[in-house]
Each structure stands twice: as structure tokens, then as C-alpha cells.
Design a protein around this ligand. Structure first.
Ligand code: PLP
Length: 387
């Protein structure tokens, strides 16, 4: 059957079949933890069942794992050899923080109000005398190329940013910031979990990328990808070491520890095979639907929802409707409403959203529709909030 936006959202029985969560709820929390599409659940269940009938590395399993690298590579525009099959996101980010060599006085640029998984690994470098420079923003989450340029000094070694802010939904210009970093001889590390599967997220100008699959990629928890540009293989020491990434013929420890040159060098032990197969099924489905088509669809859904929430008196956080750096994330606050009560009411009525707070303690309702959500579902949410 054809996988396209129109084929799935244009046929309610097909939509519910492919995305069983849509039968039970209006699921609008893809910036949190996604529900698994049927094809993903099936891939995991099939592997799990076969693993009880044979064993966990039976037959062609290891070969199929290698194919999964190629699928991931297609998604981010890298080569298969540059992919490590590692989640969660924080693991890949920490591999970069812990695997590069740092000198006192080196500087790292990151964003203080980013998701903590992309702040703490860099703060941890202060023990080496590394200085953390937080990018200054005019609006929460809005990181521009200029705001990054302002922080770069001759001591800057790495810029570490998320492709999209998890609360406000501002997307960064990955290519422009990457080009700036390259021009200034600075490494660029991308936390891609909030765009991978939803918007084009490619590594032409990126040195390191990490993303778990449990959000926009529609994969299971703790299956993810880590990309390190092949030319950095010698520069990024594997911070985690085991029998699978250090050369161990016949599982005999050698006198010297040597690593392969491919992405396997960052995978210390056996892999999380079932979830990786689930992630691969999700990637294949999204590639078939087309990432540009997904992006177009979810921007349209955001505009539809945001317009109606504003009409109800909510204040839209993040990009104005139609802004080029919008994502699907539709986050609102309200001067007088009790958003915790709204969240609970929605939950009671089968709507899954997210309730978040910022550093100042202000509450927000966050809706994050994916391509299989419908305008009718969004109208139902608006109707509940208008009651
Ligand atoms: C920007 C960002 N990075 C990372 C994560 C998740 O990190 P991990 O996969 O390590 O749990 C989230 C989850 O909300 C996120 O928004």
C-alpha cells in the first residue's frame, strides 16, 4: 500500500490502522514520546517472537542491522559507515563531550534553556577548565545564526545546539549555523531529536549529530542514531569501550586497544536490536511519505491550531504563524486560565498534549501534531478548550 500523507489522512480506516493510537485518542505529543505506528510495533514484535524461536542474533539479523545504518544515512545525508546505532540522544551528545580532547580555556557555545540533555554534558567540561558561553536570545528558544556568531571567539571549539527548541518550537537554520562554524573552524554538534523525521535534517555542515527515535521519528525509546563525520574518527576518541568496538578477535583481549574506523567504533557492546528494527521501519515509512511532505503537512496543522487557540485568548509562544523557522510545536500560555486544569480536562477527554513550565515557572500547553493528525482532531481540541 502506498505511504503518502494523502493516502493515510484521506482514509480514516487506513489512518487508524496504521496509527492505532488515533483510535484511542487525539495524540498531540510527538515532541514528547510518540506512540508507535503499526509498522514499527510489528517490526519489534516479529523480531521478538523470532528471537524466542531461534536466538537473538539468528540468521540474517546482524546483516539487517548493517542495512539499518544505510537507512539512517539516507535520512541525514551521511554515509552508512558514519552511523552508530545508539540511543538515547544524551548518549551521543555525551560521547562527543567526553571523547574530544579539551584544554583549559577552550570554549563551548550552547543554550542555557535547551533541553537539559544538551546542556549538562557541556557544563561537565568545566572540570577541564572549559568555558561555557550561553547564546543570548531575544525570545525564548529563538537561536539565530547571528546570535551564535556573536559568541564565537578564537577559543571556541564547539557549538552544541538543538535543531528545534523543545518548548517554543523555534527551529534553527542548521545549514547556515553549520557553515558559520566551518568558516570559523569550530565543530558543530546537533541534537536532532526535535526535527529528525519531521523536517529535513541533514549533516552537510554538521560534525556530530545525535537523536533518539522516540519523537518525530516515531520509533521506540532508546533506539537512536549517532553520527560522527568520518574525518573526525581520530579526533573523537570512543569514550565507551567494550568487546564490540575494540578489536577483540575470538573475544580475546589484545595488548593494545584499537577501534574500527566506522560508526561501530562508538558502540561498545551488543546492540538494542529489536528497537533498532522498529526505528528502521519508522524511518522507511517516513522516507516513503517524504520528509518535505511531512514538514508541509505539520506546518499546516500548526497554523490551523495556532490560529484557533489565539482566537480563544491563548498567547502563542515561539514563531508567529507562517514563520520560516516554525516547527509543528504549538505552545501556548494564557493570562488567566489554569493550564494544569485544561491539560487534565483534555486528558480526560482523550487528548494527549504536554504540560510544561519555563525557567520562570510560567505554564504552557504544548501540542505537537505529526503528519497523521487531522484538522478535525485539532478542531475537537479547540472545541474542548472553548466549552
Ligand atoms: C532537545 C531534546 N534533546 C533530547 C531529548 C531527549 O533526550 P534523550 O533521548 O537522551 O532522553 C529531548 C526530549 O524532550 C529534547 O527535547
Amino acid at each position: 500500500m502506498e505511504n503518502s500523507v494523502e493516502a493515510i489522512v484521506g482514509d480514516e480506516s487506513r489512518r487508524i490502522y496504521e496509527f492505532p493510537v488515533a483510535r484511542n485518542s487525539v495524540f498531540l505529543a510527538h515532541a514528547g514520546v510518540a506512540a508507535l505506528p503499526r509498522c514499527v510495533a510489528d517490526a519489534i514484535v516479529t523480531y521478538t517472537r523470532q528471537s524466542s524461536e531461534h536466538h537473538q542474533e539468528f540468521g540474517t539479523v546482524l546483516g539487517r542491522i548493517e542495512d539499518s545504518r544505510a537507512t539512517a544515512a539516507k535520512l541525514i545525508g551521511s554515509s552508512a559507515g558514519e552511523i552508530s546505532l545508539l540511543g538515547p540522544t544524551s548518549l551521543g551528545l555525551s560521547l562527543v563531550a567526553e571523547g574530544l580532547t579539551w584544554n583549559a580555556g577552550d570554549e563551548v557555545i550552547c543554550y542555557r534553556d535547551d533541553y537539559p540533555a544538551n546542556v549538562y554534558p557541556w557544563m561537565g567540561l568545566e572540570r577541564h577548565g572549559v568555558k561555557i558561553r550561553f547564546v543570548e536570545v531575544d525570545e525564548p528558544g529563538r537561536i539565530t545564526t547571528e546570535s551564535v556568531a556573536r559568541e564565537i571567539t578564537p577559543r571556541t571549539k564547539l557549538v552544541a545546539l538543538a535543531s528545534c527548541h523543545f518548548l517554543t518550537g523555534w527551529r534553527i537554520d542548521i545549514d547556515a549555523i553549520g557553515a558559520l562554524c566551518r568558516e570559523r573552524d569550530v565543530l558543530f554538534c546537533l541534537d536532532a531529536i526535535q526535527t529528525l523525521g519531521a523536517f529535513p535534517t541533514t549533516v552537510g555542515n554538521v560534525d556530530f549529530l545525535s537523536a533518539d527515535s522516540h519523537k518525530w521519528l516515531l520509533g521506540p525509546l532508546s533506539a537512536g542514531i549517532f553520527f560522527a563525520r568520518s574525518e573526525h574518527a581520530n579526533r573523537l576518541r570512543p569514550a565507551l569501550v567494550g568487546a564490540w568496538n575494540a578489536y577483540s578477535p575470538d573475544f580475546v583481549a589484545q595488548d593494545a586497544v584499537t577501534f574500527p574506523s566506522t560508526g561501530r567504533r562508538y558502540e561498545p557492546g551488543v546492540l538494542n536490536i529489536g528497537p533498532i528494527f522498529g526505528m528502521r521501519a519508522a524511518m522507511e515509512m517516513l522516507l516513503e511519505v517524504g520528509i518535505d511532505n511531512v514538514a508541509r503537512r505539520i506546518l499546516d496543522l500548526r497554523a490551523h491550531l495556532a490560529e484557533r487557540l489565539i482566537a480563544l485568548g491563548f498567547e502563542l509562544a515561539g514563531p508567529p504563524i507562517g514563520h520560516a523557522n516554525s516547527s509543528s510545536i504549538t505552545t501556548v500560555s494564557h493570562a488567566t486560565r489554569d493550564l494544569a486544569a485544561d491539560f487534565a480536562m483534555l486528558e480526560k477527554n482523550g487528548v494527549v498534549a504536554s504540560l510544561r513550565r519555563d525557567r520562570q515557572g510560567r505554564s504552557y500547553l504544548r501540542f505537537s501534531p505529526h503528519f497523521y493528525n487531522t484538522h478535525q482532531e485539532l478542531d475537537r481540541v479547540v472545541g474542548l478548550l472553548d466549552a
